[in-house]
Design a protein around this ligand. Structure first.
Ligand code: GLA
Length: 393
């Protein structure tokens, strides 16, 4: 466990507030090695859970009240299961959305007490929101013994975000939150939800995130615009190829016939997605062959596509990816997640991490007058109940 002190404080706060001992759950953030903006296009992604998490201390109540304390925000709210509605406070909607989904699915349960907090940087593109949603769904399923299977928990958490929070995200973040495995990346086929684990064990290579520390306001509006653009592409192609339901069904060959039949923007978006899917499959082959060079090149190509064709990068992310590209100790670097801010993901020779990070920080500061945060990341397990000996935390 990566943050025993924090867990101890959360548990202590819970006991102070509710005068009983809680069950503890850890719910991780995620990285994505390759396969960006492909999940809602029914394509492939290659994420992994990380060693940063949201920790939930929770216990069932006998009445219908839900009493929730956000440790990091020092903020508290209460609601009744009889009347779940959206809150003015953004963070509450992640939880209310999950409670709402489980109720809607017909599961009967009572209220609960909860204190949660974590060390996933918020707004950095590491999916703290999915961690909160899926973490709560997982915990409620356990403490009330609801018998919901893992995939349904994933889908309910995604729906909570779509319907309650109002972000039309794909399934990647919630899926890896529940299914993540230590030391492994997971290739998910977002069309049929089949998945396979691949060991990520390049010797002497570290996964390092460089956080731009910015989040442009474009992020959510442009995310939805990209979804619509991809959909427009699909509709145009579907006129001639009725079997096409998503860009996943479109080959490079088919798309090549549409250069003059769709706007250059729509064409670029489709081209990126189709190529990114191919890159994910090639990246998995490279993992099997332990071919770090090819794996890294694919990551670099992914960034090019995201920046030039999908146009979800920004000056700061491009700068970080560019700086790393010319460093022989960095094997691959690209923006990660939705874009317009957040982190780049970098594969760096372990011995050189400190030096490379310092250099990147120096150059970024010089160019933007801003700090880069560095997260040296381990691949961890998905959401799980934490076993604790009473006095451990
Ligand atoms: C966000 C969404 C995911 C996915 C990525 C882009 O993280 O929540 O569903 O679409 O952006 O790959």
């Amino acid at each position: 466990m990566s943050n025993p002190e924090l867990v101890k404080s959360i548990k202590k706060k819970f006991i102070e507030l509710f005068k009983e001992k809680p069950c503890l759950y850890s719910s991780p953030g995620r990285i994505n090695l390759i396969g960006e903006h492909t999940d809602y296009n029914m394509g492939f992604v290659l994420p992994a859970a990380i060693d940063k998490a949201i920790y939930l201390a929770i216990s069932p109540r006998k009445d219908l009240q839900c009493k929730i304390f956000a440790y990091d925000l020092n903020d508290y709210f209460e609601c009744s299961l009889e009347k779940i509605s959206k809150s003015e406070k953004h963070w509450q909607n992640y939880l209310l959305g999950v409670v709402d989904q489980i109720r809607k699915a017909g599961y009967k349960y009572s209220g609960f007490n909860c204190v949660f907090g974590g060390d996933i940087p918020i707004g950095a593109g590491l999916s703290s929101s999915a961690a909160l949603e899926a973490g709560l769904a997982f915990a409620l399923n356990k403490i009330f013994d609801l018998g919901i299977d893992n995939l349904s928990l994933v889908k309910m958490s995604q729906k909570a975000e779509n319907e309650f929070v109002g972000v039309n995200c794909g399934i990647m973040d919630q899926h890896i939150n529940i299914f993540g495995k230590e030391g492994k990346v997971l290739r998910l086929d977002c069309r049929n939800l089949e998945y396979e684990y691949f060991p990520f064990d390049f010797e002497n290579i570290s996964i390092v995130l460089f956080d731009t520390n910015i989040s442009h306001s474009l992020a959510s509006s442009e995310y939805n615009t990209r979804r619509e653009e991809c959909n427009t592409g699909v509709q145009i192609i579907k006129n001639d190829f009725p079997f096409v339901e998503s860009l996943r069904d479109v080959s490079q060959d088919i798309l090549s016939g549409y250069k003059s039949k769709m706007s250059p923007t729509i064409f670029k978006r489709c081209k990126y997605v189709i190529e990114e899917n191919i890159r994910v499959l090639r990246a998995c082959e490279a993992l099997n062959k332990k071919d770090l060079r090819v794996f890294g090149e694919l990551i670099n190509e992914s960034h090019e596509g995201l920046s030039n064709e999908y146009e979800v990068s920004c000056t700061e992310l491009d700068f970080l990816a560019e700086v790393s590209k010319y460093n022989s100790k960095v094997y691959g670097s690209r923006m990660m997640g939705g874009g317009f801010g957040g982190c780049t993901i970098n594969l760096i020779e372990t011995k050189a991490v400190e030096k490379v990070s310092e250099e990147v920080q120096k150059q970024y500061k010089k160019k933007f007058g801003n700090e880069v945060k560095v997260y040296n990341t381990q691949i961890g397990n998905g959401t799980k109940q934490m076993e604790y000996e009473d006095e451990t935390y």
